[in-house]
Design a protein around this ligand. Structure first.
Ligand code: ATR
Length: 273
């Protein structure tokens, strides 16, 4: 029952209507019988400061931050964990005594999902396609997991080059991708390629071998990467596992409990059917 004791949580982003987080987090709160409620608010970047001030005044206990606010939120945080600093973005905030504690659970959500799917990274060769915000968390996770080689490419090559410099990994121009595919153990799509029905695979994939596992951060869509996996009979995972696990890490930060990710996946399937 919602009453004056109810602790409030929310996700902010722009757009936010599609978000699965309120369904998932409220189900976890309910399961644990916590008097908590999780809402979603549409916050354009120009209103971020006002939103942050409002959450403090209204006494919210926790906030999730999604696209395009994850970097912009950093300057409002009183404390930032090591990973959020290294990645340059925070997606989870705990509010305590009016102070904002920022964390990044995208990288840990990705790592947890790799582990739960038995996808080995240590001493493996990984190729990341995409060099936007999501890539930074994925690179951080892969470096922590001690990948042997991390290659990165992007539609706009300069962005891949910049990220490669920042994280000390190797940028690969589009025309050279075919040379690294035969040795790629894990291919991660962090780009938005596949969000539009008309998107096509942005590189020549003839050299890919049956040993490559594809992990696509996009979920609920038949992306060019999903089609490639089907065509070549490769193991393929879409992004709902990372989505659920980043939320689970957030729930743990707020409550001390790592929630049931299996029931969340069932809920996700029902929700996206
Ligand atoms: P996010 O925070 O989700 O990573 P982003 O920072 O806007 O989002 O980054 C989007 C990424 O998807 C970029 O790497 C972008 O490539 P560009 O840097 O060239 O813009 C990539 N991207 C978007 N649409 C794409 C498409 N149709 N094909 C290939 N890459 C695409």
């Amino acid at each position: 029952m919602i009453n004056t004791e109810t602790k409030l949580f929310a996700i902010i982003g722009h757009p936010i209507k599609h978000s699965f987080s309120p369904v998932m987090q409220n189900a976890w709160f309910e399961k644990e019988k916590f008097n908590c409620s999780y809402l979603a608010f549409e916050v354009p970047p120009k209103s971020l400061k006002k939103a942050v001030d409002s959450f403090k005044i209204l006494g919210f206990a926790g906030i999730n931050v999604t696209v395009p606010l994850k970097t912009g939120i950093m300057k409002f945080l009183d404390y930032t964990d090591k990973a959020a600093k290294a990645i340059g973005a925070a997606n989870t905030i705990a509010v305590k005594n009016g102070k904002l504690y920022g964390y990044n659970t995208d990288h840990s959500g990705f790592s947890s999902d790799l582990i739960s799917k038995h996808i080995k990274v240590r001493n493996k060769t990984v190729f990341i396609f995409g060099a936007g915000g999501a890539s930074r968390a994925v690179i951080h996770a892969l470096k922590n997991a001690e990948a042997k080689h991390i290659y990165i490419s992007n539609r706009t090559y300069e962005k891949a080059r910049d990220l490669a410099k920042t994280f000390k990994i190797t940028a690969v121009p589009a025309e050279k991708i075919k040379t690294i595919l035969p040795e790629t153990d894990l291919l991660v799509n962090t780009s938005a390629c596949g969000m539009k029905r008309t998107d096509t695979l942005p590189f020549e994939a003839a050299g890919i071998t049956k040993n490559t596992v594809i992990y696509d951060l996009i979920y609920g869509r038949k992306t060019p990467f999903a089609k490639l996996a089907a065509e070549k009979k490769l193991k393929y995972f879409s992004g709902e596992g990372m989505l659920i696990n980043q939320g689970a890490h957030g729930f743990k930060i707020w409550t001390g409990i790592y929630p049931d990710t299996k029931s969340a996946l069932k809920l996700f399937k029902k929700y996206t059917r």
